[in-house]
Design a protein. Structure first.
Lengths: 241, 241
């Protein structure tokens, strides 16, 4: 594989972030538990976190379908959170506390290999986010976690949520490269398939515990991606960085 | 001034780049001279550089007025360069050489205080570009020069050239802050006045040789900006970084 990879004319790596670069589930569960202890809430934070994330694709779909006008992910997260708090009968959080909880997505921890791997990859490639997360979310996350992006792009500047083709194509256009000079790095087969359909190169990074110990999907690369890696450090090895 | 500045609720610094952060004129003259020697061209590169930059605002104005659809600065630079090469009777450059010359804007050197000053400012604030330069230009420049941006924003993601209000407002919106939480840092009175009209805070950084030794404009702050600084290091001092 290494020889083939070296023959590619890739200039930029575009990263999915939630699950691929950061461990959203553990981060939210941990903060939720701390909040629960501080406020005396009786909440199953694993179930709460999974339920919150389960509302993610349906919320994006409202924007993709046109049922909602363009809405930032922070605001979609907040709509889902308000619904979940009401359905779970969680009261006792003030307005500032709910808003702080909603912004837990700005405070997600990277997987341990992410910062070392990205730091090596950045020597050779332009590194950009290609996430459905909004710019402020990505910037705040990067500043806190030390993620060394060259550019924070993705759905909000493209005004289009993945997996719609324009999300990928507009990101490559912002970076001034052709789609085939851009490699999507993601832990999700569907995201990579959508990117490859518009001409992107693809790198699958395996994250078998993104959804917790019982994860059943995206456990392995299900298509012929250009690179398959076990971590960002492994990706750096395989891309010759 | 220091006390007043500390009372401000500024979260993000948005930077004009050409002239404010990088010394475009010296950089282009130097590269032009090297090219001229290598190719045996008899060109006054100071005059050539000034003439190229003189076509900048008229080109932007074509987009602002709607005479041209949205066009990236790289492409506007190229239209001006092609015209200038023809008018100057400069021949003997191949297609790849002309394109490389056009991308000299991606290879501008920072003023000596820029990297040290930005590095200090970044500890306290989110740092974003708010330039009329396109994203790829800004990303390539930053990677070469070591400019530590948290986000590369400005005209292209906003799809609007300064000094139109939306260029500033959409940048603040991407950063998730209110206009008054955003401070434009620029060496140009007009840019700062336009930003302040939409509610931005303002910092004037004096660059008295941007246009060469005979510079006549923007030699000093002509309005009551929130901060006036002699360099990015001085700005870091004045913002308590």
């Amino acid at each position: 594989m290494t020889v083939a990879v070296r023959d590619l004319d890739v200039k930029a790596l575009a990263f999915d972030v939630f699950g691929t670069v950061v461990d959203w589930r553990s981060s939210i569960i941990r903060e939720g538990r701390e909040l629960g202890r501080a406020k005396g809430l009786d909440v199953d934070w694993e179930a709460f976190t999974d339920a919150w994330r389960a509302l993610y694709q349906p919320a994006l779909e409202k924007v993709r379908s046109g049922a909602l006008p363009w809405t930032k992910l922070d605001d979609l997260h907040r709509m889902s959170l308000d619904r979940l708090l009401a359905e779970s009968g969680i009261t006792g959080l003030g307005a500032a506390e709910v808003e702080h909880l909603n912004r837990v997505w700005h405070r997600l921890d990277p997987w341990p290999d992410s910062v070392p791997g990205l730091t090596r990859l950045r020597r050779k490639f332009v590194l950009a986010t290609l996430s459905n997360g909004n710019v402020a979310l990505m910037v705040n996350m990067a500043k806190r976690a030390g993620l060394p992006w060259d550019a924070v792009l993705g759905a909000e500047p493209a005004r289009c949520y993945k997996p719609q083709p324009e999300a990928y194509l507009r990101t490559a256009d912002f970076l001034g490269v052709r789609p085939e000079q851009c490699m999507l790095v993601a832990a999700h087969n569907g995201d990579l398939v959508a990117a490859s359909r518009v001409g992107f190169r693809t790198a699958f990074v395996r994250r078998p515990t993104e959804h917790g110990p019982g994860q059943t999907r995206d456990l392995r690369a299900e298509h012929a991606f250009d690179v398959v890696a076990e971590s960002m450090v492994d990706l750096a090895d395989k891309l010759g960085c």
